[in-house]
Design a protein around this ligand. Structure first.
Ligand SMILES: [Zn+2]
Length: 101
């Protein structure tokens, strides 16, 4: 049963794009020296780890979710926040740190 859960691809509807169904990967936010990045610990397509840019320190990294290009599939995939509460916390603290400096 666990095996089935880990190998099943999730799909997301994309209303504005001609090909409406793309695989979905869950990503987790990380703060870097130059801003943010999204980490996919386990790609459901190729089973590898992927990194995606999440913008600079003044950006909201959640704007960099949704449809992203990918090396492992020509159509790209849909990036979803795997932990929205942790993301909100990290963004809040990153902004607070910028206000102090
Ligand atoms: Zn992949």
């Amino acid at each position: 049963m666990t095996q089935v859960l880990y190998t099943r691809l999730h799909y997301e509807e994309l209303p504005a794009i001609a090909e409406p169904r793309l695989p979905t990967n869950f990503a987790y936010l990380e703060i870097t020296r130059s801003g943010f990045r999204w980490i996919i610990p386990y790609c459901l397509i190729c089973r590898l780890r992927h990194l995606h840019g999440g913008g600079g320190p003044a950006d909201d990294p959640r704007q960099f979710l949704n449809h992203r290009a990918a090396y492992c599939t020509s159509r790209g995939y849909f990036l979803r926040d795997g932990s929205p509460a942790v993301t909100a916390d990290l963004v809040y603290h990153a902004q607070a740190r910028r206000r102090v400096v």
